[in-house]
Design a protein around this ligand. Structure first.
Ligand SMILES: [Zn+2]
Length: 289
């Protein structure tokens, strides 16, 4: 009796599926602290933190041992900078692994004292995957006056940041200080810390640093423009609405828009990816691709 031949697409599918399964990297939340700290993802994030730390120092947004950076690693962990180290001198071994309660799980150095601030932001807003605190001079100049820069002047600022917020003053490093950001952390990705500096959150460390750059450059431009002695020209309201439409599409928060919900977890794309791979391999085998 002749055995029914298995369609080639089915055979290819089995091979590709087995290969994908063999290559599957466990999610960070499945890992022990030491395995998470030694994962490829952690290694890449440490490199990103070091690169951004260097940018902050080069731009003079951090002074002495000032400033700190953290990033979520899966659902259970985060990586953060240590205390008492210049952000321009970071090495991979300096970066600490912490849980969401601030307990250090891996790393030889004590964590930044401002991790409490970062933790409050992560707990309050799951959209925050990276947090960065620094002391950029022009934005901090506004922060010591307890005021925020005007809005409606430059499109990029409207889209990426928009109306900034300023906290009340509390002693840095304390839980009371960490909680000063809570009223603002949903509608603002960039917050001025009274008599201190700024804090930004974003999806990546690199993007959080962009926010610091955009805010500080905007504050500098506003201060220079005010010295010209002419009235500032504001973007018309209907054009601001166009910018807010772009902002909504890009997923940035803004108190002028309805609050954006946390992005839902991406649907498992495994089947779609698998189908596409099978189609490509079959096409090759049949001489179509
Ligand atoms: Zn600080």
């Amino acid at each position: 009796m002749e055995q029914a031949a298995i369609p080639i697409a089915e055979q290819v599918r089995e091979v590709v599926q087995a290969a994908m399964e063999a290559l599957r990297v466990p999610a960070s939340e499945d890992l022990s602290p030491s395995a998470a700290a030694n994962s490829f993802e952690a290694e890449a994030l440490r490199c990103e933190i070091i690169k951004v730390g260097r940018k902050l120092w080069d731009r003079q947004y951090v002074d002495g041992n000032g400033g700190n950076i953290s990033v979520r690693l899966g659902q259970k962990y985060l990586l953060c900078t240590p205390t008492m180290l210049s952000k321009g001198d970071l090495e991979p071994a300096d970066i600490c692994l912490s849980d969401l309660e601030g307990n250090i799980l891996a790393g030889d150095r004590p964590r930044t004292s401002e991790l409490l601030l970062h933790l409050e932001i992560y707990k309050a807003n799951p959209r925050a995957r990276a947090v960065l605190h620094c002391h950029p001079p022009y934005a901090t100049a506004f922060a010591i006056t307890g005021t925020v820069p005007p809005v409606g002047l430059i499109p990029e600022y409207e889209i990426f940041i928009g109306p900034a917020a300023v906290t009340r003053y509390e002693t840095p490093g304390t839980q009371a200080f960490a909680e000063t950001v809570l009223p603002f952390v949903h509608d603002h990705n960039t917050i001025l810390l009274a008599n201190h500096g700024i804090v930004c959150w974003s999806d990546t460390v690199t993007h959080a640093e962009w926010l610091a750059e955009i805010l500080d450059t905007y504050c500098k431009t506003c201060l220079i423009a005010q010295q010209i002695g002419k009235p500032l020209t504001v973007i018309p309201d209907e054009k601001i609405q166009e910018l807010l439409a772009i902002k909504r599409r890009m997923g940035f928060p803004d108190a002028r828009m309805a609050r954006l919900s946390e992005p839902s977890c991406p649907a498992p794309a495994a089947n779609a990816d698998l189908d596409r791979l099978v189609e490509q391999v079959v096409a090759r085998l049949e001489g179509r691709g």
